[in-house]
Design a protein around this ligand. Structure first.
Ligand SMILES: Nc1ncnc2c1ncn2[C@@H]1O[C@H](COP(=O)(O)OP(=O)(O)O)[C@@H](O)[C@H]1O
Ligand SMILES: Cc1cn([C@H]2C[C@H](O)[C@@H](COP(=O)(O)OP(=O)(O)O)O2)c(=O)[nH]c1=O
Length: 193
């Protein structure tokens, strides 16, 4: 079973994945971008480099996704795979750049993944107030520095993108306690295994 934990920056993805790691010790934990050696280099180029082109940014994320799918996801499809982000982020973050329309983004992400998409995505949904608070507590990378309104637009795009990709989606109120969210995800996983 291949699931992805989705959400905008600071939604609580890493926190949930660490909780799930101990609850499902046999699960394969991975992430996008940066789930492979090459992906780590791509991640650094995009997040901390000085890319001028948004198209280059999109294509680099797709390259990370293709490498991640071929070298991490496909060889481990017999396991529970939990990924921090997926093609859903890929579509959502690209869609707000207005580089190309939704069917093209679906096609590009299907090309990058060879059609191997998560069975289920859990989208951690923040309120504007909670997002502002959490962003105020950390340094911002290139994308986070685009601001709260931008990220809230992405949050809506995450839900739309999961639908466009035809992936079963569970939207979770990310302002709940860490344990409550973990229990919600764990209950779903145990019911589906
Ligand atoms: N349910 C929660 N309630 C309150 N704070 C949370 C919750 N989940 C995560 N946090 C805090 O929010 C910040 C961002 O969490 P993180 O897991 O790093 O988010 P992401 O990986 O989605 O960027 C961290 O300081 C974390 O401790
Ligand atoms: C996977 C992916 C992430 N992103 C963005 C989301 C994040 O702002 C950034 C890095 O993701 P990530 O390392 O998950 O950052 P965070 O832990 O703060 O959520 O890259 C894209 O723009 N496109 C993509 O395809």
């Amino acid at each position: 079973m291949y699931i992805a934990i989705e959400g905008i920056d600071t939604a609580g993805k890493s926190t949930q994945i660490e909780a799930l790691r101990s609850l499902f010790p046999d699960a394969l934990i991975t992430k996008e971008p940066g789930g492979t050696t090459v992906g780590t280099e791509i991640r650094n180029m995009v997040l901390h480099g000085n890319l001028k082109s948004k198209t280059a940014e999109l294509l680099l994320f797709l390259a990370d996704r293709a490498e991640h799918t071929e070298s991490v996801i496909l060889p481990n499809m017999n396991k529970l795979i939990i990924s921090d982000r997926s093609a859903v982020s890929g579509m959502a973050y690209a869609s707000v750049q207005n580089l190309c329309d939704e069917p093209v983004l679906v096609m590009l992400n299907r090309l990058a993944t060879g059609g191997t998409l998560p069975d289920t995505v859990f989208i951690l949904k923040l309120t504007s107030e909670e997002l502002s608070y959490r962003l105020s507590q950390k340094e911002h990378d290139v994308i986070e520095s685009r601001g709260t309104e931008y990220l809230l637009g992405i949050q809506d795009a995450l839900i739309a993108s999961a639908y466009a990709l035809g992936i079963q989606t569970v939207v979770i109120d990310a302002t709940q306690s860490i344990d409550t969210i973990t229990k919600e995800i764990t209950t779903f996983i145990k019911g589906a295994l």
